[in-house]
Design a binder for this molecule. Structure first.
Ligand SMILES: NC(=O)c1ccc[n+]([C@@H]2O[C@H](COP(=O)([O-])OP(=O)(O)OC[C@H]3O[C@@H](n4cnc5c(N)ncnc54)[C@H](O)[C@@H]3O)[C@@H](O)[C@H]2O)c1
Length: 464
């Protein structure tokens, strides 16, 4: 089966970069990324590629190369579905905020809408691919919807979860650790569909890195991979608190532990807590599935990863207040970094949002600087929590374009995203322009404690 036309529904942090790389690596395949969000599509089509809505190192260059050649962004969802042989569904699957499973289960309404639209529009056979992260066995529901049109069109459903990490998406897509493709391995048509997708990836990914499994294993592997990664962060964060009480240093412990080849050094960095759109929602989803099968111990085990993460964010903020003589009311606090990690403009579930909210509840005055996040996004993140009125957020929080301006006259600074540029700041000048004692709280273990203490900062870092 030769694929000529690919459609991807959802032009977000996954759909955009993934399709850009497929288009770059398969120049003979036409790739159309569609979205119902007109503003997002407009930005993807902005003549200045620096304005595309997803910031990822290297992404704008790829879009510049492929856009208009074999990569297109459009709001005409029906046309793109109709023309495609292969359709990726890459829409959002956030945690449900209503009804059964509220706060735990994945909200699949956008997935179902896509399936219904594909069923309605399709006039020829198609391969439909779950790119979104989904609860195990969602493919069965998709199949039910797609197969009940009665118009004779045949659909093959594959699961192809995305493992890219934001901030390194382009590199991860170009050189993935593995590509996972789940499908109906017991049928001829299923195997053909899987081969078609394998061939797309094989244009640039070595065959031995492309795994094929049954659909359920593929769906569950993605949730499991995120749960394992988040668990490592919560594990080292748990140890960071113990370090602070005992005089051990979490970086030294992490290095010693990580040099054991059975453990490995990656993802052992203590921090103010993990964020991002995926870890929390995928673990909650896993917990929900386990509970729904009455596997209480399994559910409780994984839930602890989230409980630890929430604790870490709260304890960081509480420590700031305690250190600053138990009150931050009317004190100016500079927050450096709002994105959930460096090299992305994504702020979903960012630790900065929760730390800021905590400090605002304590009536602090906050100044925020982030090199890639807009003021609009920062206010919208705070408004979404509903802790106070939108006006009150705008009164208490000022967003600035210059880190020095954020820190000027501040009582304290909290470094909440590990942007490289924060290392390079003129910390002496920062210190000189602050109120004394000048408190500096490093939530990312980004800065060197010795040089900051030499300058005169009251320096606090996670796990130190
Ligand atoms: N962000 C990540 O790092 C990451 C990594 C791996 C997997 N995932 C998974 O990929 C999926 C997408 O994540 P994301 O971060 O790209 O989300 P996103 O919110 O950035 O993008 C999703 C897009 O889908 C669009 N959309 C929703 N319903 C639609 C419809 N019916 N028709 C057309 N467009 C529609 C939305 O407007 C939005 O622009 C999620 O399931 C997520 O769990 C995300």
């Amino acid at each position: 089966m030769k694929i000529k036309n690919i459609c991807c529904i959802g032009a977000g942090y996954v759909g955009g970069p993934t399709m850009a790389v497929i288009a770059q690596k398969c120049p003979k395949v036409k790739v159309t990324v569609v979205d119902i969000n007109e503003q997002r599509i407009q930005l993807w089509n902005d003549p200045d590629v620096n304005n595309i809505p997803v910031y990822e190192p290297g992404l704008s260059e790829i879009v510049e190369e492929a856009r208009g050649r074999n990569l297109f962004f459009s709001t005409d969802v029906e046309k793109a579905i109709d023309e495609a042989d292969m359709i990726f569904i890459s829409v959002n699957t956030p945690t449900k905020t209503y009804g059964i499973g509220k706060g735990m289960a994945a909200d699949l309404k956008w997935i179902e809408l896509c399936a219904r639209q594909i069923a309605e529009v399709s006039k020829s056979d198609k391969i439909v691919i779950e790119k979104s992260t989904l609860p195990v066995r969602t493919a069965a529901a998709l199949k039910d919807i797609l197969d009940s049109t009665g118009n004779g069109v045949k659909f093959q459903i594959l699961s192809n979860p995305e493992f890219l990490a934001e901030g390194t998406a382009v590199e991860d897509l170009r050189n993935p650790d593995r590509v996972l493709i789940g499908g109906d391995i017991d049928s001829e048509e299923g195997r053909e569909a899987m081969d078609a997708l394998v061939n797309i990836y094989a244009s640039w990914v070595p065959k031995e890195k492309i795994l094929t499994t049954n659909v359920w294993s593929s769906e569950l592997s993605k949730l499991t991979a995120n749960a394992f990664l988040a668990q490592r962060v919560s594990s080292i964060n748990a140890i960071s608190e113990l370090c602070e009480k005992t005089g051990a240093d979490v970086n030294e412990v992490a290095k010693a532990v990580g040099m054991d080849s059975r453990v490995g050094p990656k993802f052992l960095k203590a921090s103010v807590g993990f964020g991002g759109s995926c870890f929390q929602k995928d673990i909650l989803n896993l917990v929900y599935i386990a509970r729904s099968f009455n596997l209480q111990e399994v559910a409780d085990y994984w839930e602890q990863v989230i409980i630890m993460n929430d604790h870490q964010k709260r304890r960081f903020a509480a420590n700031m207040v305690r250190t600053m003589y138990n009150t931050v009311a009317d004190k100016k606090i500079a927050i450096l970094g709002w994105a959930f990690k460096k090299d992305t403009n994504d702020t979903r579930e960012s630790a900065a949002i929760y730390v800021a909210d905590y400090l605002l509840n304590e009536q602090a005055e906050i100044l925020v600087y982030d090199p890639k996040v807009t003021a609009e996004q920062i206010y919208s993140d705070l408004d979404y929590l509903g802790s106070r009125s939108n006006d009150a957020n705008r009164q208490a929080v000022t967003v600035v374009n210059d880190p020095m301006q954020a820190c000027k006259g501040a009582h304290a600074i909290a470094v909440l995203t590990e942007w490289d540029e924060f290392r390079q700041l003129d910390w002496q000048e920062v210190y000189d322009n602050m109120l004394k004692p000048a408190f500096l709280f490093d939530g990312r273990r980004l800065l060197r404690p010795d040089t900051k203490r030499e300058i005169g900062f009251e320096f606090y870092a996670i796990g130190n």
